[in-house]
Design a protein around this ligand. Structure first.
Ligand SMILES: Nc1ncnc2c1ncn2[C@@H]1O[C@H](COP(=O)(O)OP(=O)(O)OP(=O)(O)O)[C@@H](O)[C@H]1O
Length: 253
């Protein structure tokens, strides 16, 4: 049996009179990429931020790597990596200095250049965040989640706003993170991304989990109801054209 890394039971979050999360339960296993999918306002970010100890819950029980969130939130903080929004980075510092600053805050020794290399930003080591392209910013923000060598990485819409190649570069990076044994929990609005990356997904709708399984099983279940997709008449789509013309390889953004 796989080890449960995150256990969420009957999670409820009220904002005043409004119930954003209505009794959500799910488990995330060690070493998997787990997706939280759902329309805008479904409660995905709220759920993630509660698990990340950044937001108080109304009720429910959360255990992360055997640690009870109510009893030892600071212990959980030590073993998770959370993406920082680029607006939160000190504007005067370059990437190397930012990595050094964060590793100091986490009290970890990190080879900043090596870390930047893993996200293909070695060339930009002396650049400031505002000088990066959207894709580079996202890669840097994913890199910052790895500074404390976490057991679990949380990624909230990491590829939103990126071009098709930059998204694929980030997918490779996320698969790489998992390959190193790290558990990944991710939100996304791109279903192709979820299908490619996620071992299992929970589909959240109005604060409730309405389905939870592997993408493959969810698709098979839909097909079993008699659902059939309109036949694709062409063997490629516009995204294939874009990728074909602009190259698959990582390139300067
Ligand atoms: N601080 C807050 N105060 C009041 N309501 C909030 C607050 N944060 C979120 N909400 C509401 O809770 C609901 C869930 O929001 P949440 O950000 O968790 O959704 P989401 O699934 O992450 O959406 P998106 O896909 O748009 O990021 C929304 O209706 C939102 O308006």
């Amino acid at each position: 049996m796989d080890k449960v890394m995150i256990s969420v039971r009957d999670l409820v979050k009220n904002y005043g009179n409004f119930q954003a999360v209505k009794g959500i339960s799910f488990d995330v296993y060690e070493g998997e990429i787990f997706g939280l999918l759902g329309p805008n306002g479904a409660g995905k970010s709220t759920t993630l931020e509660i698990i990340e100890t950044l937001r108080p819950k109304t009720s429910g029980k959360i255990i992360v790597d055997g640690i009870d969130l109510d009893a030892h939130p600071n212990e959980i903080k030590k073993i998770i990596g959370v993406q920082l929004q680029s607006s939160g980075f000190y504007p005067g510092l370059n990437l190397l200095e930012l990595v050094d600053l964060f590793s100091g805050l986490y009290n970890r020794k990190v080879n900043a250049m090596e870390l930047l290399e893993t996200v293909h930003l070695k060339d930009k080591a002396k650049a400031k965040v505002k000088e990066l392209s959207g894709g580079q910013k996202q890669r840097f923000s994913v890199a910052t989640t790895l500074i404390n060598n976490p057991k679990i990485v949380f990624l909230d819409e990491p590829t939103t706003g990126l071009d098709p190649q930059a998204r694929r570069n980030l997918w490779a990076l996320i698969k790489n993170i998992r390959q190193n044994g790290t558990t990944v929990i991710i939100t996304t609005h791109y279903m192709d991304e979820a299908e490619y990356l996620c071992d299992r997904v929970a589909i959240v709708e109005s604060g409730k989990v309405v389905a939870l399984n592997t993408p493959d099983k969810l698709i098979d279940d839909l097909v079993a109801t008699g659902f059939e997709r309109p036949k694709e008449v062409k063997k490629a789509n516009l995204e294939d054209v874009f990728i074909h013309l602009t190259g698959h390889k990582l390139r300067e953004e």
